[in-house]
Design a protein around this ligand. Structure first.
Ligand SMILES: Nc1nc2c(c(=O)[nH]1)N[C@H]1C(S)=C(S)[C@@H](COP(=O)(O)O)O[C@H]1N2
Ligand SMILES: [Mo]
Length: 317
């Protein structure tokens, strides 16, 4: 046997991830922020991206969480978005006319409910604190939307379990509820979809939230999160369908009751609370056996738990 070091099957060296074209990306990022000629704002953004002790937060320290093959090109991950607060057309979300009024700094975040040490403050302070503690890392994950498109992205952020360590949930806390901002002045989708049960909410069981894979992303492709991808912070739960990965979070609440989620309220048979990726269970209106990779349109087999069975299958015994 030539393999002496045992690595999980998703581990591959950094060289397997496509290097990005930095200058193009910078322009993309600025466009995404909705400003023209905003070089002063760029330096502000980069300053905010640096922890107090001057360690750069982005891209974060390299982790063992990697995916074989190339990452999805950045322009696809940043330009093909589900963010219904803004628009239902994926390629329109990032346009300045749609997202230009979205203010993500300052950003008030509350972490409360059944916890010993509730936290409230600005999201950037929480991120800087996680940086000072050495918790900011980069993870490449598969991401699978329930609509059967998928991508592979490098996310920067910290394990969701670090939030649990921070606030110390009480024994009675069985679920975590996440809530997105609700401000119709900043986003046109609230008005366009006025029958939706806003704000967007999501939830996890507390043991799911504590799983090593559950992640709070504050950046992607080596930079702070673009607005259309959920700035300033979102979850990434890679073994579940994409709608469980909630963007632009304003509140994280620990509770003893299974939270109502926006999608479950709209259509419980199609978007149940658990929503683990499973190729054997079709959506009522389409098969989940395969998925379409963004940018190449390649059809690939969908994997149980999106390929993360080794990490999460024990949660569902
Ligand atoms: N607040 C909020 N979070 C959200 C959504 C949304 O519409 N609003 N869409 C979800 C869905 S369906 C998917 S597939 C992912 C898409 O994330 P991305 O645009 O960064 O790829 O965000 C999820 N989180
Ligand atoms: Mo999705």
């Amino acid at each position: 046997m030539a393999n002496i070091i045992c690595r999980p099957d998703w581990h591959l060296p950094e060289s397997a991830v496509t290097p990005e074209a930095v200058y193009n990306d910078r322009r993309t990022f600025l466009r995404a922020m909705g400003f023209a000629g905003a070089s002063a704002l760029l330096s502000d953004a980069l300053q905010a991206a640096t922890a107090k002790d001057n360690l750069p937060l982005y891209p974060g320290k390299k982790s063992n969480y990697q995916v074989a093959g190339k990452a999805t090109p950045e322009e696809w991950a940043l330009g093909y978005n589900n963010f219904y607060e803004f628009h239902t057309q994926k390629h329109l979300v990032r346009h300045p006319q749609i997202i230009g009024k979205f203010v993500t700094e300052p950003w008030r975040l509350k972490i409360d409910g059944l916890v010993d040490k509730p936290w409230a403050g600005d999201a950037q302070d929480l991120i800087a604190d996680m940086g000072k503690k050495g918790f900011i890392e980069e993870r490449v994950y598969r991401f699978r939307c329930v609509e059967a498109w998928s991508m592979v992205c490098p996310w920067t952020g910290f394990a969701l379990s670090k939030i649990l360590d921070l606030v110390v949930p009480k024994k009675t806390a069985k679920f975590v509820r996440f809530e997105t901002f609700f401000d119709p002045k900043m986003a046109p989708g609230f008005q366009a979809l006025r029958n939706y049960p806003w704000p967007y909410t999501e939830g996890l069981r507390i043991d799911e939230a504590a799983n090593e894979l559950a992640f709070v992303a504050t950046g992607m492709y080596g930079k702070p999160l673009p607005k259309q991808n959920g700035a300033p912070l979102r979850t990434v739960v890679p073994w579940k369908y994409g709608y469980k990965s909630i963007k632009s979070i304003v509140r994280i609440e620990f509770t003893d009751k299974q939270p109502k989620t926006l999608w479950e309220s709209l259509s419980p048979e199609e978007y149940p609370f658990e929503s683990n990726v499973n190729p054997a269970v079709p959506h009522p209106r389409w098969s989940q056996a395969t998925e379409r990779r963004l940018s190449t349109d390649e059809r690939v087999a969908t994997l149980k738990y999106n390929g993360y069975a080794a990490q999460v299958a024990a949660l569902y015994k």
